[in-house]
Ligand binder design. Sequence first.
Ligand SMILES: CC(C)(COP(=O)(O)OP(=O)(O)OC[C@H]1O[C@@H](n2cnc3c(N)ncnc32)[C@H](O)[C@@H]1OP(=O)(O)O)[C@@H](O)C(=O)NCCC(=O)NCCS
Length: 160
Amino acid sequence: MEQEPDVIFLSREHVDGLVALERICFTMPWDEAQFSRLMNGEHFKVLGIMEHGELKGYLSFLKVRDQAEIISLAVHPDSRRRGMGKKLMKALLDYCRIHGVQWVSLEVGLSNVPAVELYTGCGFQEVGRREKYYSDTGEDALVLQLEMADALKLPFSQQV
Ligand SMILES: CC(C)(COP(=O)(O)OP(=O)(O)OC[C@H]1O[C@@H](n2cnc3c(N)ncnc32)[C@H](O)[C@@H]1OP(=O)(O)O)[C@@H](O)C(=O)NCCC(=O)NCCS
């Protein structure tokens, strides 16, 4: 049986793969310069899943003191519904737990059902809305937040 791919921290050598995945998954993809600039700093981190030498999913976040903000999460369309999104979230929550993060937040499009389901399934709750947040669609964003103390109580945090 084939082994499940692990979650790893990505570095600048993975930027080409990140840019390729961005182009497939988003209407306003980040380019190489955007990734490279943030990856030079100490606060921006990217978790990823490689399979057969290709980047299949990633989750980027900023960690500043006891707060983390998810910047982006994407799984290649051919690899969706196989638990990779959940696995990346689990790796993020493990990192946050170890590094003393108390709050994790993010913004997600109101109509993005797969992502909203994934986040709320991890215990994130709506704490606000940003009107017309996305410049390409004019869609509102939900602001979701998770208190790590609550994440520890979730069955999800013990699952994967
Ligand atoms: C959101 C996304 C990352 C989910 O990745 P994934 O690997 O398919 O997710 P998983 O297989 O781990 O699913 C985890 C949970 O998410 C929810 N989910 C995922 N896809 C879903 C769908 N199409 N419809 C409804 N719920 C969905 C379910 O609750 C699922 O749990 P379940 O399998 O027990 O039902 C993926 O759909 C994606 O890359 N979308 C495009 C990029 C994007 O919009 N990113 C979010 C930016 S904020």
